[in-house]
Every structure is written in C-alpha cells, then in structure tokens.
Design a protein around this ligand. Structure first.
Ligand code: ADP
Length: 212
C-alpha cells in the first residue's frame, strides 16, 4: 500500500485534488471529517473543549459552534494552542486506525488529506507529501467565496495562522499549482499519477528481482 499525504493551506484546493484522486481509485482519509467527528457531543475531546471554552460555544443540541470557536482561537494563539493540544493527538490516532484498516483491506493507494499534515507530524505516516499551492490572493478569494460569512480580515487571519507555503515547500515531494482552472490542475494530477504508477511498478519489479 502506498500512502500519499496531501496538504496545502486552507482553501488551497486539497478537496478538489482528492476528488480527482478518488476518481483514480485512491481511498481518501479526510482529516477535516475526522476533526469534526472527534468533537461530537459526549466525545472526550468535546468534554475538554467545553471545560476550557465554556458552554457559550455550544449549540442547543450540544454540538460545537465551529465558526464561533474558530473566531475565538484564530485571534488568540494561546487558545489555539489549547484547542490543538486537545484535538491533534486524537486526529493522529484516528488516522493511524484508518490507515491500519486500509492495510487490512489491501487498498492500493491511500490519500491522507490534511491541511495540518506537517504541523502535526502526519508526514511520518506517509510515503510522499503532495503540496497544493496557491498564491495568497487566490486563496483569500476562494476562502471567502466558499465560506460566505467570513470577512476579508478573518480569511487572512486563518491563512496566516497556518505554516507558510515556503516552509511547506521544503517537505513536499510533489507540488500541484492550483492557481489556474480545475482542468489545469487535473492535468498536473494526471501527470504525477502516471509518474508514480510507473515508479511504483518499477520498484515492485526491483523487489521481485532481488528475491532471486
Ligand atoms: P481545501 O480543501 O484545500 O480547503 P477546496 O478544494 O475546498 O480547498 O477549494 C477551496 C474553494 O476553491 C472551493 O470552493 C473550490 O471549489 C474552489 N476551487 C478549488 N480549486 C479551484 C480552481 N482551480 N479554480 C477555481 N476554483 C477552485
């Protein structure tokens, strides 16, 4: 099984790229979905969050007001660190479990789609790191378009709370430039996919040969 770690800033186009990879037969582990799952009412992370941030961040049904919590932590580094300490280890644990399940099922290619892949050390669990890259202007525009009720300042705050793109580039095995249209991005993914298929085929042959 080969594991690709797909990363990039918020609204860089990770989901867009994972959808393309899913069509190619890759199994996608979505870290965002896991992050939502582990803070559901009654879960250990939910309890710790409510203890620290208070019940003002809860909806009537006990679920967390994600936007409100987001506003609180993205303008206060200390609070963001607390939230990260509560959630990150649990996200890593869940991803490890899912990867193990994928191994059991003999999945061929698995993609771990995670904005915080590098920040939380998930790159240790993957064979390749693919970085989706966009310039900040495009990123802000797409983030505002997607979230609608987010302001320009908030969008910038969220982007700048993450590891800068230049830093992420140091860890990337592949870079997908998503500044252009979706068709352009698809072409890049197609090309990389063909390359890795070939290199994985080659390494399979080498392994087979070396056993003789
Ligand atoms: P991420 O998963 O990294 O947060 P998304 O894949 O959701 O990012 O992309 C962010 C937003 O930008 C979405 O609304 C998506 O439809 C849009 N988008 C992504 N890639 C492109 C592109 N190449 N051209 C135009 N819009 C795009």
């Amino acid at each position: 099984m080969k594991v690709i770690g797909l990363t990039g800033g918020i609204a860089s186009g990770k989901s867009t790229v994972s959808a393309i990879l899913r069509q190619k037969g890759a199994y996608i582990i979505d870290a965002d979905e896991i992050a939502r799952e582990i803070v559901k009412p009654g879960k250990p992370a939910w309890k710790e969050i409510v203890d620290y941030f208070g019940s003002d961040i809860l909806n009537e049904d006990g679920s967390i007001k994600r936007r409100k919590l987001g506003r609180i932590v993205f303008s206060d580094d200390k609070k963001l660190a607390v939230l990260n300490r509560i959630t990150h280890p649990r996200i890593v644990e869940e991803i490890k479990k899912e990867l193990e399940a994928c191994r059991q099922r003999n999945e061929k290619v698995v993609v771990v789609d995670a904005a915080l892949l590098l920040e939380i050390g998930l790159d240790m669990l993957v064979d390749e790191v693919w970085l989706v890259s966009v310039d900040e202007k495009t990123q802000v525009k797409r983030l505002i378009e997607r979230e609608r009720s987010i302001s320009y300042t908030e969008a910038l705050e969220r982007i700048r709370a993450q590891m800068p793109l230049e830093e992420k580039l140091k860890f990337a095995t592949r870079v997908i430039d998503n500044n252009g249209d979706i068709e352009n991005t698809k072409k890049q993914v197609d090309r990389i996919w063909r390359e890795i298929e070939k290199s994985w085929e080659d390494s399979k042959h080498e392994t087979q040969q070396s056993t003789f």
